[in-house]
Design a binder for this molecule. Sequence first.
Ligand code: IMP
Length: 430
Amino acid sequence: MTVTIVVGAQWGDEGKGKVIDYYAKNADYIVRFQGGNNAGHTIQVGDDVFKFHILPSGIIRPDKTVIIGNGVVIDPKVLLDELSELKSRGVPIAKVLISDRANVIMPYHKLQDSAEENAEGDAKIGTTGRGIGPTYTDKTNRHGIRIGDLIDDELLMGKLENIVPAKERLLRSLGKNAEFSVRDIFEEYRGFGRELHDHIMDSSVVLNQAIMANADILFEGAQGAQLDVDYGTYPYVTSSNTIAGNACVGSGIGPTHIDEVIGVVKAYTTRVGKGPFPTEQDNETGELIRKKGNEFGTTTGRPRRCGWLDMVILRTACRLNGLTGLAITRLDVLGGVSKLLACHSYMYNSDKLVNFPGNLRILEMCKPQYHELPGWDELQKEEWREIAKKGYDALPENLKKYLEYIENDCKTPVKIISIGPGREDTIMQN
Ligand code: IMP
């Protein structure tokens, strides 16, 4: 039995979907523990491309059980749409369990998200606009509606009668004249509850029973360490804890069960939304990476900001998550870039910083210090696939040096090397 957590080590979009899919092969349960449909995973199986926002990636493996844990915020309409799309494409799916304690993204949360962003003016976060922040806020201020409430008419109506007028007042104060019908929301969300009824349960109980029965469990993180609400570039972060420790809280298991924590690292760095990004290349290099890597958001389609690899960020991710291994993705994208830079530290005035600072004003004044590494040739998709078949030794020598540099600096072994989008474009290291 192994309990493994896979998390993003940067600002999300590291290619976790593929890595999770790889681990999902041997897992009995695949569990999401935080975030919501702000996340986006793309998985390629043969010529078929699947995009998920709320469903765990293991969904397309029919012999598995996927769990949406209590730490996730759920837009039930998005969840039902994803399920029915899979059905209409004739894809056999895993068994789906949803924690009765997961909070629900309500229509007023989405309006609140955009109204608050607009009110921020220049200080906008650049959220995905999916209502994630307001839903987590309501969870902690104890005004949340939980998935389990959708199958209890009395409870749901009672909560809506209290919450909706207060939300209308709040939205008016933010310049949005929204009027909701409590009855309409009740009918719509009760309907969602009926459709999801058989999936809703105390998933913590199921998960702990599975652990006791020696099942293999995989936790699927969303976003990345730099978007963590405590440790990321606050306030330019998402509203949940994205780091591995939250896998326990967000699913209802104890930390003593965790065996492995894998950090997924893109071979360069990207970020969507606003906020500091020390190694950003807002120039031809960034443009080149964006083009070659097709760096546009899965969820919002926004162009991603691109830059060099940042070891300060990776070291931080190792520390915060207690990583036991790294999965390096998109190394093929860097092919053809003759000179690669990796930031090893920041200069803040005359101080050398090797840890990511918590103070954003300091961070903005930091100047990245780079180590130069030689690049490798651009190869065709088929050539990368041939290399993947042959294994590690067949990789370009300079690519191996790049991996060794990362491994030595992070003091964490590289366990997965991804050199293309397909399941087969992967090299595993023991
Ligand atoms: P929110 O999660 O929609 O509240 O957005 C807060 C910040 O997190 C914004 O900068 C988003 O662009 C970013 N964000 C949220 N989810 C993801 C993700 O899955 N990948 C990358 N960035 C994300």
